[in-house]
Design a protein around this ligand. Structure first.
Ligand code: 13P
Length: 346
């Protein structure tokens, strides 16, 4: 058992607590810059810092967000007034998390497929982040679907890395958020997504067990079972909820305490509606807490409104607060589309 077993259990409980979810804000510099470029925002370290300050200082965000995942650059940064972001989060009651992987790289021998890197020196990096105040960590594997992929090579290589990272996290006091993302890109059907998600989860849990990861002290961050973005037939909210829950029930052990979905390119409203129906209709039949760990589906309205102009910060923060609130409602099965239109002012 991990020497941190008790602390890991309390961290999991706090992360999954009280109708809350996790905010992902761990975009790498490259990803953050690409999103800034689309809006004409300067791609400087200072603009990225300002944007992350906007998010973390949103009043009352902690009512709906139990923790946020930071990128390495962000965990080292402070507010303009000089308060480290980690301290801001701790004071607000949000648990600092950290992205540990170093990105998905081309997988040799498997054209078009990726494997996530970052295991070298990971034990030392975990110790450093723990010292800085991080208490959970994520690692994202990406699984692309086309007629021939994913290959077993890709599934096993990624699952092995996820399991090695998760075991190191538990050894070092960080709750692992294990993220095998089946990508939405492509014209595949929802049935094909189900099949690939099932296989991905099976291989991932095989490797987690083989590497002695304590399943009761981790969180799974999966994609939903959903139609490919360019599939001509788009599954309904009902189908997505039913097939996502069925896939999880058939492939995720009961000992896993929490599942926090990524949004994966879904629209803001769809990501919320899916999570809502999953909880409203199926939570009672599921052994795990089912919540969100969205990046785009929570941040999008705030980023668009801010647009790099600091005069827009207060309204951008209200938009962020509103999206977090709607997803918190969805996580409790209490969201209705009418709530989208409600006055979002604080
Ligand atoms: P999205 O919700 O934008 O998919 O991001 C979640 C995440 O953490 C991706 O790794």
């Amino acid at each position: 058992m991990s020497p941190f077993a008790q602390e890991l259990t309390s961290t999991v409980q706090a992360m999954m607590n009280d109708g809350k979810g996790i905010l992902a804000m761990d975009e790498s510099e490259g990803t953050c810059d690409r999103r800034f470029e689309k809006l004409g925002i300067p791609t400087t370290q200072e603009r990225r810092r300002t944007y992350r300050e906007l998010i973390l200082t949103t009043p009352h965000l902690a009512d709906f967000i139990s923790g946020a995942i930071l990128f390495d650059e962000t965990i080292h940064q402070s507010t303009q007034a000089g308060v480290p972001f980690v301290k801001v989060m701790q004071a607000a009651g949000m648990i600092p998390g950290i992205k540990l992987d170093l990105g998905a790289k081309d997988l040799a021998g498997c054209p078009g497929e990726k494997v996530t890197e970052g295991l070298d020196g990971l034990r030392d990096r975990i110790a450093e982040y723990y010292q800085m105040g991080a208490r959970f960590a994520k690692w994202r594997a990406v699984i692309a679907i086309d007629s021939r992929s994913p290959s077993d090579t890709c599934l096993v290589a990624n699952a092995h890395a996820l399991a090695r990272y998760a075991a190191l996290c538990q050894e070092g006091g960080l709750v692992p958020m294990v993220e095998p993302e089946v990508l939405i890109d492509g014209s595949h059907s929802i049935d094909r997504c189900y099949e690939v998600t099932e296989r991905t989860l099976q291989v991932t849990f095989d490797q987690l067990r083989l590497n002695r990861v304590e399943l009761e002290r981790m969180i799974l961050k999966p994609s939903m079972v959903i139609s490919g973005a360019s599939c001509t037939i788009q599954a309904s909210v009902e189908q997505v909820a039913e097939m996502t829950v069925r896939c999880l029930q058939n492939n995720v052990p009961e000992s896993v305490p929490g599942i926090a979905f990524l949004s994966g390119g879904q629209s803001n409203e769809r990501a919320t509606a899916h999570l809502n129906l999953i909880n409203a209709k199926y939570a009672a039949q599921c052994p795990w807490t089912l919540t969100f760990s969205y990046a785009r589906a929570i941040q999008r309205p705030a980023l668009d409104y801010w647009h790099g102009d600091d005069a827009n910060i207060p309204t951008a923060q209200q938009l962020l607060y509103h999206r977090a609130k709607l997803n918190s409602a969805a996580r409790q099965g209490q969201y209705t589309p009418e709530m989208e239109k409600l006055d979002f002012r604080l």
